[in-house]
Design a protein around this ligand. Structure first.
Ligand code: HQG
Length: 180
């Protein structure tokens, strides 16, 4: 059950962040998909009912998804590559945030700074341990301190997703310090 949920959850993440077209649905401008359409679309290739979807949303370890109030709509909280506005609120960041990446990206990051690549934002973590886990997805992890307080003072805007991930458009190299 757990592993089936994991693979269904990954599939839902693909649909709600990147490729709603794989099941023939669309997201609205705020990233919402209709729950009935999502369930019907997922059902073409794997079993899913409303209870199963509710369980995935409730138990997701990174709180990746939210329902609207009457549970007719669902969206990913962050991580999109498709251009949607999930109505993030700008918030003042702490002095330091962290970014975990793979060693293979270090040269490019120190030349160009952090860029969102395929996503809408650069993702930053509130603590070193979380950044380490994110970095480990890309090979040998390398963690940067991000001088977010300084960036905010210089006019950069930060958002925090409901699941605690920090987002900003880009981070120039001068705001990055190696932790290794
Ligand atoms: C790197 C997961 C070369 C960047 C996580 C990262 C996160 C550069 C990779 C969320 C670069 C992009 C996002 C530059 C940045 N040159 N490489 N100038 N600037 N990079 O997956 O931050 O499980 O798009 O360091 O927990 O790893 O999906 O971003 O290594 O919160 O919910 O380019 O995804 O959450 O990789 O991860 P990604 P990310 P989920």
């Amino acid at each position: 059950m757990k592993s089936r949920n994991n693979s269904t959850s990954k599939f839902i993440s693909l649909i709600l962040r990147h490729k709603p077209e794989v099941i023939g649905i669309t997201l609205d401008e705020h990233g919402w998909a209709r729950v009935d359409e999502l369930i019907a679309g997922v059902n073409r290739t794997r079993p899913l009912d409303l209870a199963g979807l509710e369980e995935i949303v409730r138990t997701d370890e990174k709180r990746r998804y939210s329902f609207n109030e009457d549970k007719t709509k669902i969206r990913a909280n962050q991580g999109h590559s498709v251009p949607v506005d999930v109505e993030l609120e700008a918030v003042t960041p702490p002095e330091l945030l962290y970014h975990g990446t793979g060693e293979k990206y270090v040269d490019s990051i120190e030349a160009k700074g952090l860029i969102p690549k395929t996503r809408l934002y650069v993702h930053l973590s509130g603590d070193y341990e979380t950044a380490f886990k994110v970095g480990a997805r890309h090979g040998k992890p390398r963690i940067y301190q991000v001088h977010a307080g300084k960036m905010a003072a210089d006019g950069y805007v930060f958002y925090r997703s409901v699941n605690g991930v920090w987002l900003t458009k880009s981070v120039p190299p001068k705001y990055l310090t190696r932790t290794w």
